[in-house]
Design a protein around this ligand. Structure first.
Ligand SMILES: C[S@@+](CC[C@H](N)C(=O)[O-])C[C@H]1O[C@@H](n2cnc3c(N)ncnc32)[C@H](O)[C@@H]1O
Length: 322
């Protein structure tokens, strides 16, 4: 069997700055203000998210990693050999390390919008797994990924941990699942981490840690916005608000203005915030195995197997193309 020695190819295919600015402006000028959660991840945001993953209250990351570690053999059997493994929003590439040794993909393709962070993570991963070919792509996760010619195959599997799927409204999640189905083709699969519905107290605590790290992470998005828009929004005049909305089965994160205030963007545009007005920054939808597998079925993906922790806090699910 031939073996490909690992090389990390660093490909930057960035969104135009102006497109990002336009998207941010639309959100801040909307009647109900919002900022897309992808703007959380400047360098400071990525580092704060690393800290969130260590918090005692934040059960998703450690529960998911324990599941991947415990069931790595079964996962490798379910996925099969010779796959190209594609991870949208790979971040620090930490979770894939639990499945790489048993899965041994032909090629691993991490994709992330935070280019520097991705390339650093991919290089570190390469050091640990010198024999895995890593093809890192800095791009939006919905972009069409180009697998290097020599690794083109019908055996593609998307790895999408972290319950990142929960950040989409169900209708958008369905769209993303359809994109995944198209990307992997009829012989492909999807290994996905999905956070589960549970007691409101556990969920509220996970997004309101006592050290205030999640609050800092949420507020930091305003610093990133200032850099991108040349604006003067004062993060200290906003408050982190996060709660579980039982009706919609989702965590909602907002930034609430503490006072009536005006901010300027690029010395050209004025944005007004009234006291208690909120900027919506993130949803995190929680599913059951049934509700998520029904959604995936609409995208042409069939639940093949799933793994749960003893407390049924989190799930890792494997789907194959229908
Ligand atoms: C919450 S982290 C999850 C990281 C990793 N998947 C995990 O489970 O540990 C989300 C990652 O997705 C990236 N990201 C967010 N929005 C993105 C987008 N639209 N396209 C590509 N990457 C994105 C961020 O830069 C960040 O590294």
């Amino acid at each position: 069997m031939s073996q490909v020695l690992g090389t990390t190819e660093l490909n930057t295919v960035f969104d135009e700055d102006s497109v990002l600015k336009q998207e941010l402006l639309e959100g801040l000028l909307a009647e109900k203000k919002y900022i897309n959660p992808k703007f959380f991840y400047d360098e400071a945001g990525s580092q704060l998210f690393e800290k969130i993953m260590q918090l005692p209250e934040y059960y998703p990351s450690r529960t998911e990693m324990a599941l991947l570690e415990k069931h790595q053999d079964e996962i490798a059997v379910a996925i099969g050999e010779n796959k190209v493994l594609i991870e949208p929003g790979a971040g620090n590439c930490e979770k894939v390390q639990y499945i790489l040794p048993t899965l041994q993909p032909k090629c691993y393709v991490p994709i992330d919008i935070s280019a520097d962070f991705l390339f650093e993570s991919a290089s570190n991963l390469q050091t640990k797994f010198p024999h895995v070919h890593i093809h890192a792509v800095a791009d939006d996760m919905k972009a069409k990924v180009d697998v290097p010619e020599k690794f083109k195959t019908n055996h593609k599997v998307v790895f999408y941990p972290g319950s990142t799927i929960g950040n989409y409204k169900p209708i958008q999640a369905l769209e993303f699942l359809k994109h995944v189905r198209e990307l992997v083709g009829k012989e492909g699969g999807l290994l996905i981490g999905v956070d589960l519905q549970k007691d409101k107290e556990i969920l509220d605590a996970a997004y309101n840690d006592k050290d205030g790290v999640t609050a800092l992470f949420n507020l930091n998005v305003l610093n990133h916005v200032n850099k991108l828009l040349d604006s003067d929004i004062d993060a200290e005049l906003f408050e982190h608000v996060a709660f579980y909305n039982e009706e919609h089965c989702r965590i909602e994160m907002h930034l609430e203005s503490k006072v009536n205030q005006q901010c300027s963007i690029d010395n050209l545009i004025q944005v007004n915030f009234s006291e208690s007005e909120r900027i919506h920054t993130e949803y995190s939808y929680k599913y059951t195995i049934e509700s998520f597998s029904q959604l995936a079925a609409q995208a042409g993906l069939k639940l093949e197997n799933y793994w749960l922790d003893d407390d049924e806090l989190f799930s890792v699910q494997y789907y194959v193309a229908l």
